[in-house]
Design a binder for this molecule. Sequence first.
Ligand SMILES: [Zn+2]
Length: 388
Amino acid sequence: MEVKKTGKTEMSTEKLSANEIKTKNRQMIYSYIRERGSVSKQDIVVDMQLSLPTVTSNLEFLKKQGLIDTSRKIKNTGGRNATAFTYIENARLAIGVDITERHIKAVAVNLSGEIVSLVRRRIKFDLGDDAYLKEIGEVVECVKKESGVKEENLLGVGISVPGLISDDGEYVAYGLTLDFTGYKKKEIAKYIPYRSRLIHDSYAAGYGETWSDQRIRNAFYISLSNSVGGAVIIDNAIYEGNTQKGGEIGHMTVVRDGGEQCYCGKRGCFDTVCRAGNLDQYTDGDLEEFFNCLKAGDENARRLWDAYLDDLAMAIHNIKMLFDGDIILGGYVGAYIKDYMKDLCQRVDARDPFEDRSEEFLIECQYKVEAAAAGAALYFIDEFFDHI
Ligand SMILES: [Zn+2]
């Protein structure tokens, strides 16, 4: 960065803050256009109380970056039609890949957080196999091609994995679910020739769930999949904790003495009572079939579900007592929870000492598909907004 020599530190501080104001104005103008879709220059000047030259130069910048379109007009009642400055939501895309035990799933996400293309491959997780790593690269290429994004407009590739990730997104700090602790990003992304980053799957999914919902500010996301994970979102940002383990609800002890052994090696973890396997073990690993049985009145399925909901209700209650935010139910089981929310809410409310009603804070996941992949992509979308 070139800084004019002034000989005074004071001056360079002033210079920096002027730059900061400039950046802030640009970000605010862009955000204003994004929220409204299409606006006139006059709208921006009046609503944001900025000078005409400031608005003009920023609009020129945004146009040059290909972020806004100026080909349309807004009809004015007074006669002359004004240029419409229109937000282009597909001006940049980011890709998110979610690697699970049996699938590689990838999505391309636009600047509005919408999934514009999706590719899913069934393949067994095996980071030690070069063919598997190649497959990850191919899935990324495939989703990139389907989205139609040009390479210069691709912001990056977020890679969601079922494990805890180091602060810098460079390696897997804890990956016992699939035994891949210690793997580095450069190994996993060996065939991804773009900027990339590893992201803990629960964080990615929780972030994806709260990103586009303006009503949610503080939330606890519970992922009820093959393993149980969680994410704490405070003021719309993931709270990772001191050692990137914030929200690891799966290993909260819920059975005091004994209990089933968890994959972590300990007994009585919340994971052991609320992972999806507790349900679909009854239907050969087919969760959809489990819910079919439950709907058809199968007595064994009902008993399993009853115990499951009781344990889940207890965990929800405890989170609510600690955290007092919204609680989002996601993961494989979260995708089916809709029809059982009333029952679950009653069980949670039965424990509540404040007469709060859980239907007001308990939320079923919105992204029924690929929340983790979408959330991983959003990392790069946010980074883009921060540096525009
Ligand atoms: Zn555990």
